[in-house]
Design a protein around this ligand. Structure first.
Ligand code: PAF
Length: 277
């Protein structure tokens, strides 16, 4: 496994890779969710590149960029086990040198949900992903369904800007009790960890109501909200039942529909979703 930190070295190493090249972009602090992407990418491609970059431009000024968990040594050990070919770990000044002034911004689908709660977030995500795609030239890039809107936005960018790669989304990996795996789960104390189950419980409730024949989206959203409000540690950012492509809120649930939510447990903001289909 080769570890590279400069764009020039990454581009040089890329030339020697056998196509197709699979890419898993990450912000590190890897867990089973990331590893499911890495192992699928490994199985599907003769060459595998993983990036570790805590991207400052996708964090708001009052968000957790500084506190975001980091453990590069452990990440590298995991990636070595997965037989990764190249790990690209650029410092921030390599990706955003002085004078950096170009941004990739996708309209429409970024304006709702996460985009509405975290202004500028998706501009940071699409800019860094466009840069990583340009530098690494992957044939397939792998993203997790846990960040459903992110995957939709990246697919839109790739289609709209005619980028020459395929974007694959893989299922959310959950703890045995249902909590979606996330690097941010590490912020939760034991009481908050229990309270965080309310996210999956609300999504499961949506699934149950819909499976029992309920198609009134307002009613399903109201029941999800009521369930979450019973948890005193939870503060709701949004609960959504939306079209899985446009992310427009639905009046009637027709399938497939994306049930998603963002909830703060204490000071930790968690997101999760399920597709009703
Ligand atoms: O999902 C993430 O970890 C990040 O948003 C990504 C895609 C690596 C871009 O920084």
């Amino acid at each position: 496994m080769k570890v590279v930190t400069t764009i020039a070295d990454m581009q040089e190493a890329r030339q020697r890779l056998t196509a197709p090249v699979g890419l898993v972009p990450t912000m590190g602090y890897l867990h089973e969710g990331h590893l499911s992407l890495v192992s699928q990418a490994r199985a599907e491609n003769p060459s595998l590149v993983v990036t570790i970059f805590v991207n400052p431009t996708q964090f708001g000024p009052r968000e957790d960029f500084k506190a975001y968990p980091r453990d590069t040594e452990h990440d590298l050990a995991l990636l070595e086990k997965e037989k990764t070919d190249i790990v690209f770990i650029p410092p921030a000044k390599e990706m955003y040198p002085p004078g950096f002034d170009s941004w990739v911004e996708i309209a429409g689908v970024t304006e709702r949900l996460e985009g509405a709660c975290r202004p500028g977030h998706f501009r940071g995500v699409t800019t860094v992903c466009a840069k990583l795609f340009n530098i690494i030239q992957p044939d397939i890039a792998y993203f997790g369904q846990k960040d459903a809107q992110q995957a939709i936005v990246i697919k839109k960018m790739v289609a709209d800007l005619n980028m020459n790669l395929k974007v694959v989304t893989l299922p959310t990996v959950r703890e045995p009790d249902g909590l979606a795996m996330s690097s941010r789960n590490t912020y939760l104390n034991p009481e908050e960890r229990k309270a965080a189950l309310v996210l999956y419980q609300a999504l499961t409730l949506a699934q149950k109501l819909w499976a029992a024949g309920d198609t009134d989206a307002d009613k399903i959203r109201r029941e999800m909200l009521a369930l979450i409000k019973r948890e005193p540690r939870a503060k709701i950012d949004y609960v959504s039942l939306a079209d899985p492509e446009t992310l427009e809120e639905l009046g009637r649930v027709k399938t497939p529909a994306l049930a998603s939510l963002a909830v703060k447990i204490g000071t930790t903001r968690l997101i999760d979703n399920v597709v009703l289909e």
